[in-house]
Design a protein around this ligand. Structure first.
Ligand SMILES: Cc1cc2nc3c(=O)[nH]c(=O)nc-3n(C[C@H](O)[C@H](O)[C@H](O)COP(=O)(O)OP(=O)(O)OC[C@H]3O[C@@H](n4cnc5c(N)ncnc54)[C@H](O)[C@@H]3O)c2cc1C
Length: 383
C-alpha cells in the first residue's frame, strides 16, 4: 500500500499550517476561542476567514464556488486542523453535498449561498425525546393539505438550532403510500411561525449550541420536501456514512492534539529527580496510545480511500467511528493522567479536549448502536 501523500495534498496541508500561523498572529488565538467557548458562541469571524482563505471551501464543487478535492484530502485537512486545536468547516461541504444529492434547486441555492458566509445553513432535526437511537419512535408529524405540509412535534438535542436559518427535519408522514416508508425530510425555515426553542446546556463542545425545538402547526409549501417522500431514512443513511467518518477523523485529530501535549510534558516534568517520561508506567501510556493513534489513522484513511474509489463504507465507517471515538477518548484520558493535576484544570486544553471528544461516543450513533449495526453486517458475511 502507498501511504505517501500526493504533492497536492502536501501543499494543501502546508497551507493549513500557514493559515493557522497567520490566525495566531491575527487574533484568532487561544484567547479568542476560549472566550467563544465560555460564552457558547459560534466563531463566525474565524469561519469567514477560513472561507476567504480557500481552505473552508474544499470539497464543494467549483460550480458552487468551491474547490473540488477527494474525501481523503478533506479528511487530511480536517485532521490537521483538529490536531492543532483549530475548527474546520468540513461540515459545510457535506451540507452542500447533501443538497446536491437530495435537494431541489431552491434548497441547493440557499445552502450553496449560505456556505460562503462560513455558516451552516441548516441544523439536523432527527432526535426526539423518545427517539434517539430508536428513530422508529419519531412522532413529529407531516400532514398534507391543499398543497401545504403542516408539521407538529418536538425535536431535542438539535445542535446550533439558534444560529442556522433552516432545519432538516425528519417527520412521520400521516398517510404514507407504503407503511414501511413513513419518514420524510423537510427543509424548515427556523423563523416560521410555530417554532420555539429551549436551550440545553452541555458538558463540552461549546463552540456549538444545543436546543430543543418545538414545532406547532408549522405550515410550509409541499416543495419544502427534501428528496423523496417517505425515503428520508434511506437518505439519512447515505449522510451518516460520511458523517461517521468525519467524526472518526475529528476524534483522531483531538486525540493527537492531546497526545502531543502529554508527550511534550512527559519530557519536561520532573518528579523524583527525573523527567516523568523515564517512568515505565508513563512510557506504557505513551506506547499504547501511539499504537491507538496509528490504528485510528489507518482506519480513517482506509475508509476515505474506499469512498473515493467507489467502495461502500457502510460497514467500515461504523467501525471507524466506534473505534476512534472510544480509543480517542482513552488517548485523551491518558493524556490527562500524564499531565497530573494541571491536566484537570482549565489552564490546560486537555481538560477541554477530554470533554469534547466524549461526545463522539454518543452523537452520530452511540457506541452500542455502532456495535449493533456493524456486528449485524459482519455476521451477514458468514451466513
Ligand atoms: C452534544 C450533542 C449534540 C447532538 N446533536 C444532534 C443534532 O444536531 N441533531 C440530532 O438530531 N441529534 C443530535 N444529538 C442526539 C444524538 O444523536 C442522540 O443523543 C443519540 O443518538 C442517542 O440517543 P439518546 O440520547 O436518545 O439515547 P438513547 O437512544 O435513549 O440511548 C440510551 C442508552 O441506551 C443504549 N441503547 C439504545 N438502544 C440500544 C440497543 N439497541 N442496544 C444496546 N444499547 C442501546 C445507548 O447506546 C445509550 O447507551 C446530539 C446529542 C448530543 C449529546
Amino acid at each position: 500500500m502507498d501511504f505517501r501523500l500526493t504533492d497536492e495534498q502536501e501543499l494543501i496541508l502546508e497551507s493549513v499550517d500557514a493559515f493557522i500561523e497567520e490566525c495566531r498572529a491575527n487574533g484568532f488565538d487561544d484567547t479568542y476561542f476560549r472566550e467563544h467557548y465560555e460564552k457558547n458562541r459560534p466563531v463566525t469571524e474565524y469561519n469567514k476567514a477560513l472561507i476567504d482563505s480557500g481552505l473552508g471551501i474544499l470539497g464543494v464543487p467549483e460550480k458552487y464556488g468551491g474547490a473540488e478535492v477527494d474525501l481523503l484530502t478533506m479528511i487530511l485537512v480536517a485532521e490537521r486542523f483538529s490536531t492543532q486545536d483549530y475548527p474546520h468547516l468540513l461540515g459545510l461541504a457535506l451540507q452542500v453535498d447533501d443538497m446536491l444529492t437530495f435537494g431541489n434547486e431552491e434548497q441547493l441555492k440557499i445552502v450553496s449561498e449560505g456556505f460562503h458566509l462560513g455558516n451552516r445553513t441548516f441544523c439536523l432535526g432527527f432526535s426526539e425525546p423518545q427517539a434517539g437511537s430508536d428513530n422508529n419512535m419519531i412522532t413529529t408529524s407531516a400532514v398534507h393539505k391543499d398543497g401545504k405540509v403542516i408539521i407538529n412535534g418536538h425535536k431535542s438535542f438539535i445542535s446550533n438550532a439558534d444560529t442556522t436559518p433552516y432545519m432538516l427535519c425528519m417527520c412521520r408522514e400521516s398517510e404514507p403510500e407504503d407503511p414501511k416508508f413513513w419518514g420524510s425530510m423537510y427543509f424548515v425555515p427556523m423563523d416560521s411561525p410555530g417554532i420555539t426553542l429551549r436551550q440545553m446546556h452541555k458538558l463540552g463542545g461549546n463552540l456549538d449550541t444545543l436546543y430543543e425545538v418545538y414545532l406547532e402547526d408549522v405550515e410550509l409549501p409541499d416543495s419544502a420536501l427534501v428528496g423523496e417522500k417517505g425515503k428520508g431514512f434511506l437518505q439519512l443513511m447515505k449522510n451518516f456514512e460520511v458523517e461517521r467518518l468525519v467524526i472518526a477523523a475529528n476524534a483522531l485529530g483531538y486525540a493527537q492534539c492531546a497526545f502531543n501535549d502529554a508527550a511534550t510534558y512527559a519530557n519536561q516534568r520532573i518528579a523524583f529527580g527525573q523527567p516523568i517520561g523515564r517512568f515505565q508506567l508513563i512510557q506504557e501510556m505513551i506506547t499504547e496510545n501511539q499504537i491507538r493513534l496509528m490504528n485510528m489513522r489507518n482506519l480513517v484513511y482506509q475508509c476515505a480511500w474506499e469512498k473515493d474509489n467507489g467502495i461502500s463504507i457502510r460497514l467500515h465507517s461504523g467501525l471507524a467511528k466506534y473505534y476512534c471515538a472510544r480509543e480517542g477518548f482513552k488517548v485523551c484520558d491518558d493524556a490527562m493522567q500524564i499531565m497530573g493535576g494541571i491536566g484537570y484544570t482549565d489552564d490546560c486544553r486537555i481538560s477541554r479536549l477530554w470533554r469534547d471528544i466524549r461526545m463522539f461516543r454518543i452523537g452520530g450513533g452511540t457506541d452500542q448502536i455502532m456495535i449493533h449495526t456493524t456486528s449485524r453486517e459482519i455476521l451477514k458475511q458468514y451466513k
